[in-house]
Design a protein around this ligand. Structure first.
Ligand SMILES: NC(=O)c1ccc[n+]([C@@H]2O[C@H](COP(=O)([O-])OP(=O)(O)OC[C@H]3O[C@@H](n4cnc5c(N)ncnc54)[C@H](O)[C@@H]3O)[C@@H](O)[C@H]2O)c1
Length: 426
């Protein structure tokens, strides 16, 4: 059986490699010729533990080949991006283009699986109308299912195999046919449902996280006002057997949690009040961090600010929607600020990245925006010798407060005992 995976990114590439290593002939298709070239050389263009080895084995076995055009197959798995536009509305053009690209090659018995996270109703209202143009009867001659991906970057390969999967068919036969494919490599349980329910399950998983992070971010601001440490509040509250308060931070990033709740708000704006409010609380956090920086640097002339971390979470290279970008852009509006950026995981970034020495030399304010493991090992004693002003603003509770304070750093932790600041007035 031949499978064409459309979109060979963080999701499509590991999925292709696992399918190939389970005996399928996988024709990967990506619009980026660079991606195609890298994969065919046995490499991975995304940073993910174990992925390079898996890709190399799949390519060497002859089962995985990448192409710059779609290849006729029996199963098509669509794993293209589903971002939001400036107006927070879902951009479904990638899905539409993918569906249109395979339309001429569809034949009786083919199965199309949409893996991209999609607004509820997309399979039924966007994908089906395009695929109907094949003149094949949907659900009888052409089978369509939505199988959302719920892997965690950093653990993608393990979770692809072990996570429970939800498969929503456009009809029961479609769901069953998709299940057969996933059963060849998924060891977790597989649950079958309809396509729109499967779409809503995925979007609600991320919305649940977003709303709960917003709750933690409000707690962080309130704790700062109250003169207590929100991290201690969270630790102690979570000792309750049915409480799981999430961690606050400089905002929510990534292409999932900060994006997917908008899919619901767009369609149900008058009903999704809490979801909308949570998005706004989280989207406000970069501004809140900037006002903390501003407040603590008000007495320093032309300060040098070093941002530590530009990815959306720790120990990955993915910068999509990361709050650091909003922090940097906000700070750049002040021409007095001299901004340096350091991230050991990122090679190419929108703004210039510095090496370790340049980043910290004569620095006036270190802002920890991501809790990369490496940052825990930065030695404050050594840094104390090269910075100009000993100030660190930790938005992730990533550093050892005692160690930094013992080296005379003014250690400011997001959500802890802050004096009342103007920024709190929204
Ligand atoms: N990355 C994750 O951790 C994750 C987790 C769960 C769900 N998802 C969802 O999976 C989907 C894919 O995400 P991703 O992170 O793999 O994206 P990505 O940006 O890493 O990869 C997408 C790939 O698709 C290619 N592409 C774009 N349009 C194309 C087209 N018309 N035809 C062929 N190729 C095309 C791009 O060049 C890119 O290589 C999104 O809907 C995302 O929300 C991602």
């Amino acid at each position: 059986m031949k499978i064409c995976v459309i979109g060979l990114g963080y999701i499509g590439l590991p999925t292709s490699s696992i399918l190939a290593s389970n005996g399928y002939i996988v024709n990967g298709y990506d619009v980026s010729s660079k991606v195609v070239e890298v994969i065919n050389s046995g490499n991975s263009h995304v940073e993910e533990p174990g992925l390079r080895t898996l890709v190399q084995a799949a390519v060497n076995s002859g089962n995985l080949k990448a192409y710059a055009s779609p290849q006729e197959s029996d199963v098509y798995i669509i794993s293209v991006p589903t971002p939001i536009n400036e107006d927070k509305k879902a951009d479904l053009t990638y899905i539409e283009h993918a569906a249109q690209a395979i339309l001429p090659m569809l034949k009786k018995g083919d199965l199309i699986i949409l893996e991209s996270t999609s607004p509820p109703g997309t399979t039924r209202d966007t994908l089906v109308p395009i695929l109907e143009k094949s003149n094949l009867e949907i659900g009888k001659d052409l089978f369509i299912a939505h199988c959302p991906e719920r892997v965690l970057p950093g653990k993608i390969i393990y979770e692809l195999i072990n996570n429970p999967r939800i498969i929503g068919g456009i009809n029961e036969e479609s769901a069953k046919r998709a299940e057969k494919i996933y059963k060849t490599f998924v060891e977790g349980p597989i649950y079958l449902t309809d396509a729109t329910t499967a779409e809503m399950v995925k979007v609600m998983e991320n919305t649940y996280r977003d709303v709960n992070i917003a709750l933690a971010n409000e707690l962080a601001q309130i704790s700062g006002e109250l003169g207590i440490n929100c991290w201690e509040v969270i630790k102690l509250a979570n000792l309750h057997p049915r409480v799981n308060i999430h961690n606050p931070g400089p905002g929510v990033g990534g292409h999932c949690i900060s994006v997917d709740p908008w899919f619901i708000v767009e369609k149900f704006s008058s009903l999704a009040k809490l979801i909308n409010q949570a998005r706004q609380v989280n989207d406000y956090m970069p501004e809140y961090v900037c006002s903390l920086i501003q407040k603590h640097l008000s007495v320093i002339e032309k300060p040098k600010i070093t941002i530590l971390g530009v990815t959306y979470k720790a120990d990955v290279d993915d910068c999509r929607e990361a709050p650091s970008e909003r922090i940097i852009e906000n700070l750049k509006k002040n021409s007095d600020y001299n901004i340096f950026i350091y991230d050991p995981h990122v090679r190419n970034y929108k703004y210039e990245l510095s090496n370790f020495k340049d980043a910290f030399e004569n620095c006036d304010c270190i802002v920890v925006a991501v809790d990369h493991t490496e940052f825990k090992y930065i030695d404050p004693e050594q840094l104390a010798k090269i910075v100009r002003n000993k100030l660190v603003i930790d938005t992730r509770n990533a550093l050892d407060q005692v160690k930094w304070s013992n080296n005379d750093f003014n250690y400011i932790l997001l959500g802890e005992n802050l004096e009342k600041t103007e920024c709190l007035a929204r």
